[in-house]
Design a protein around this ligand. Structure first.
Ligand SMILES: C[S@@+](CC[C@H](N)C(=O)[O-])C[C@H]1O[C@@H](n2cnc3c(N)ncnc32)[C@H](O)[C@@H]1O
Length: 732
């Protein structure tokens, strides 16, 4: 019994799809620290149980499991999703990642912590922080006159200097600060006096109290901006050399006295608000910082954008109040004696950074801060948001707003509590039910159940191309490798790492590397001149090592998607070079449809799960010879995905097709495959095989002609007898 028999596309897709809408509600553990491109935990749980629990996945999914003695490896562990799922059901785990930040995060996720002691330490830190810098995050409520309302978000606009008249001007791409989804009206900034105006229709906004006509359109268009003082058309960069300058133009604040007032509270900064900035600056000048890194931002596919904006050092990405607040926080953390607690707080600090920098943007609809990593890059906008460093609690002690230390502590606490009290989420109709899975836990040992067997957890920061594992020691490899050039892990995590390393010290175990960048990172990267060959050869080495470490017939399972066919050549080559056969290619939603980096790009949210083995069986019905054969398989899968609640796009369907075509190409080529050929020759052979079987476009045309139903399919498909399907299996 195995994945090929027990996995169910519809059942798992429904879980994964829901998880990816709000992943923290399904897998709170991910809140220990940001990692990129985390695949759904539900998917990996389903894969593990399909392989090892011996029954159809629906029957085993919500039960507790204790699979002692099974060892699972993930060579590209990142934030650790597959490893955490394996560890939770009792397996031993071996994980590697080339990025020291990944190893740090996974250790933090798995290692137990005394949550009461953590809560005390976090509260103490917050109290001290509040005493030292809390007053910088207060503001006067213009409605009630209350002087100590909490500033939730400070909104800053970039400013430029006119090349002609030398005067400063604001760089507003638009004057809408808030839309009317979470607030009763639109909020527009007056271009002349800066007053905030509430209007019903942004297309007919009327005039400000100062009599200036309001407008939603800002002066910046396509990197050009007319100077409001002399009319000269300036082009970017507008600020000359060095990092851009900003002007505080609005504050969203919280006043518990007005908790029943609908919508949000906005104000134009008053004299005191501006004085707080000056105060932060003079405090900063008096301070000799010990924990603010001086590291330069290196060139990179993502990071060079920062250079183009004039940012040269990581510290340039923070305003003075943020630097002061972060230095103060770091000093307080450095004083914590208990090493486990210090590490936890330092992890919180590192995660907090993504909200405490001047690359964060304000979501005008949701009215919240979008952290720097809400897309997989370093987006620079004209309007930036600074969150309250401490965070805010309402009368019920619940966090208000996002991006403060309180928010991070709350999420971390939930994450660590989940380690000892894991759960799954089920649906009865539309009703969501949390199902505790008693008996499962995440960690090496369970302090609440000392009798429980200890699990081996082997976390390494190393290139998986070099990792040494004993032959026939693994029961499965479950991984989600980099998807060629989609995410620049090393470049992005460098942003947090320089601070974490400064805080904990460069000799601290796990932080010895100077940077998170590495020439052997298996990602396409133009700046580092890493192309598809580098990726394919590296992936092939890793899969080769994994294949040797797997027990006979044990699976190497990995997820993948890409919108370019060539990116699948690397996958095909790695499978074949490792001497593996792909016995299944299963579609599963793995990204969030509304996610900012996916939205509107036509990218796929679907992964193909490739199941590969040295020997095993595959259902004959999964083999196909041409586009028509593949379209028939896919129309069933698409029905399953729709029944699971997904609406596959053209991009999704193409990715499913490419997954199957890669599987079939490797199936056909395996007997005559020569791993010694040059990479480009292998690519040519694979490309020819893939196109010969079914060009993706031909499959798309076939599917277009077929009447693939859009409505939910009937239940009959899921009543099919699995063993009957497997009566006609092909051995390899
Ligand atoms: C898609 S991510 C994994 C995401 C992860 N499964 C999770 O849940 O967060 C791929 C990972 O591969 C790592 N990686 C890239 N090249 C590597 C190499 N040569 N050896 C080990 N890890 C590598 C990256 O640092 C990244 O963390």
């Amino acid at each position: 019994m195995s994945i090929e028999q027990n996995y169910d596309v519809k059942f798992v897709a429904a879980l994964a799809l829901r998880e990816k809408q709000i992943q923290q509600n399904y897998r709170p553990i991910i809140a220990v620290h940001k990692w990129f491109a985390r695949r759904p935990g539900t998917l990996f749980r389903a894969l593990l149980l399909s392989e090892f629990a011996g029954k159809a996945v629906e029957e085993t999914y919500y039960r507790a499991h204790s699979l002692e003695g099974i060892t699972i490896a993930d060579p590209f562990m990142g934030g650790g999703t597959p490893l955490l799922e394996a560890n939770r059901i009792g397996c031993n785990v071996v994980g590697t990642d080339i990025n020291p930040m990944a190893a740090w995060v996974v250790r933090e996720e798995i290692e137990g912590i005394d949550l009461k002691a953590y809560a005390r330490a976090a509260e103490e830190l917050l109290n001290h922080l509040s005493q030292e810098v809390g007053y910088l995050y207060k503001t006067r409520c213009p409605i009630t006159g209350r002087k100590d309302a909490d500033a939730k978000y400070f909104l800053w606009v970039k400013t430029g200097h006119c090349r002609k008249c030398r005067r400063e001007f604001d760089l507003f791409p638009g004057y809408v600060l808030a839309e009317n989804a979470r607030h009763p009206a639109y909020v527009l900034v007056c271009p002349s006096c800066g007053e905030l105006n509430e209007v019903d229709d942004p297309h007919r906004p009327g005039v400000c109290r100062c009599r200036t006509p309001l407008t939603a359109e800002g002066p910046v268009h396509r990197n050009r901006c007319a100077c409001p003082h002399c009319g000269h058309i300036n082009s970017s960069p507008f600020h000359g050399d060095g990092p851009p300058s900003h002007r505080l133009f609005a504050i969203e604040y919280y006043n518990s006295d007005l908790k029943d007032k609908p919508g949000r509270l906005f104000k134009k900064p008053d004299r005191d608000d501006l004085a707080r900035i000056t105060e932060a600056e003079s405090q900063w000048r008096r301070l000799k910082p010990s924990f603010v890194p001086e590291d330069a931002i290196p060139e990179g596919d993502e990071s060079s954008r920062l250079h183009r904006w004039g940012y040269q050092r990581f510290r340039d990405l923070f305003n003075t109040r943020q630097l002061l607040g972060l230095e103060t926080t770091a000093r307080l953390i450095a004083r914590v004696k208990d090493l486990r607690l210090r590490r936890a707080l330092a992890t919180n600090f590192s995660d907090l950074l993504r909200y405490q920098n001047m690359l964060c943007r304000y979501d005008m609809m949701a009215l919240k801060s979008l952290d720097v990593f809400s897309i997989h890059g370093f987006p620079v906008g004209y309007v930036q948001v600074e969150s309250n460093l401490l965070g805010i609690r309402n009368g019920n002690a619940l966090p208000v707003g996002s991006g403060g230390f309180i928010n991070i502590v709350e999420k971390y606490t939930k994450a660590k509590r989940y380690c000892t009290e894991p759960f799954e989420v089920a649906f009865r109709g539309k009703r969501k039910i949390t199902v505790p899975v008693r008996g499962e836990w995440i960690g090496e040992r369970n302090p609440e159940r000392p009798e429980a067997t200890e699990r081996q957890v082997d976390i390494r920061c190393a290139s998986a191309t070099d990792v040494a594992l004993r032959a026939s020691s693994l029961d499965a490899v479950l991984t989600d490798p980099p998807y060629f050039g989609m995410v620049q892990y090393g470049e992005l995590m460098h942003f947090c790492y320089v601070w974490l390393r400064k805080l904990m010290g460069e000799n601290f175990p796990g932080l010895e590397f100077v940077t998170t960048r590495h020439a052997d990172e298996l990602t396409g990267n133009e700046t580092a001149e890493r192309g598809l060959e580098h990726f394919a050869e590296g992936l092939a080495k890793v899969y080769g090592r994994m294949a040797r470490a797997l027990k006979p017939g044990a699976p190497l399972v990995f997820t993948y998607h890409h919108n370019q066919q060539d990116a699948y050549l690397a996958v095909g080559m790695a499978i074949l070079d490792a001497g593996l056969t792909c016995s299944a290619s299963l579609p599963c939603p793995a990204e969030m449809g509304g996610s900012i980096h996916i939205h509107g790009t036509g990218s796929s949210i679907l992964d193909t799960v490739f199941v590969c083995r040295q020997s095993g069986t595959t259902p004959r019905s999964w083999l196909f010879a041409d586009a028509a054969g593949l379209a028939a398989i896919m129309s069933d899968e698409l029905e399953d995905l729709r029944a699971a609640g997904m609406k596959p796009t053209v991009g999704d369907i193409r990715c499913i097709a490419l997954g199957h075509i890669t599987r079939m190409a490797t199936w056909r080529l395996k007997s005559a495959w020569n791993p010694k050929l040059a990479t480009q020759e292998k690519f040519a052979i694979l490309r020819k095989a893939m196109n010969g079987i079914a060009p993706a476009d031909a499959v798309m045309k076939r599917l277009e002609k077929m009447d693939v139903p859009v409505a939910t399919v009937s239940g009959s498909l899921f009543d099919e007898d699995e063993t009957e399907i497997f009566a006609d299996a092909v051995a390899f």
